[in-house]
Design a protein around this ligand. Sequence first.
Ligand SMILES: [Zn+2]
Length: 274
Amino acid sequence: MPELPEVETIARNLREGRLGLQVPGQKIADISNDWRRQIAMPDWESFHEQLCGQTILDVQRRGKYLVFPCSKGTLLIHLRMSGDILLADHHQPAGGHEHTIFYFADGWSMRFSNTRKFGRVFYTTNPAAIYDKLGPEPLGDIFTANWFYSRLSRRKRKIKPLMMDQSFLAGMGNIYTDEALHRAHIHPERNADTLSFKEAETLWQYIRETLEEGIQRQGASIDWIYRGGDFQNAFQVYHRTGLPCPTCGTAIERILVGQRSTHFCPACQPETVP
Ligand SMILES: [Zn+2]
């Protein structure tokens, strides 16, 4: 699933015209959709009626949402498992997975390709109602080491599922959580309230460093359709079961934590509290 660095890369590509067209400034002339459930808010008829004729003003990111502020409201796209945004000429026939297509007035189109159909599209004049359900941005000013430690110290939940809970912290997924925990030498099943301030501060630092490296490398290209990123070449534990830990040489193990596949080094990340 695209996580913060992958969604940020897509937002920058669309904003800066790296895919051949700058999306800010484009007027939406028409929209087509052949999978109604992809339109999460409002109903399809209202979505089409309200959004057609609006101009996209910017492309931003909040958590794992792509955010398109428009002239009267805000379009949001959540890519979920295998979503991607493609830009193509109007006349190019729709690919089998391009379920929602925005036709721009100048002859281009922006296409939400979604192989596994989990992605969702929203239009609202009150995006704060969606943002209010999300925790802070891990690269933003609110997320400080003190904030992190004070929130962790109140939670008995395992650290990995807590870090991936979007209402706690917005944007982390399986890849960057496994990588940050390994770099911080913290076992993924530690209860959040057992972390010392020093451990919380170290983890906070590696969350930010791992995400920043991911953005710099334009995300990770692995099990979803994605162009260009190479953070997969910097993985220390993710998808490296049985391979030696780059820090100590011990074989990386894979376990399930909160039903999610989890990769860690049993030597660098001991389960016992120090
Ligand atoms: Zn190790």
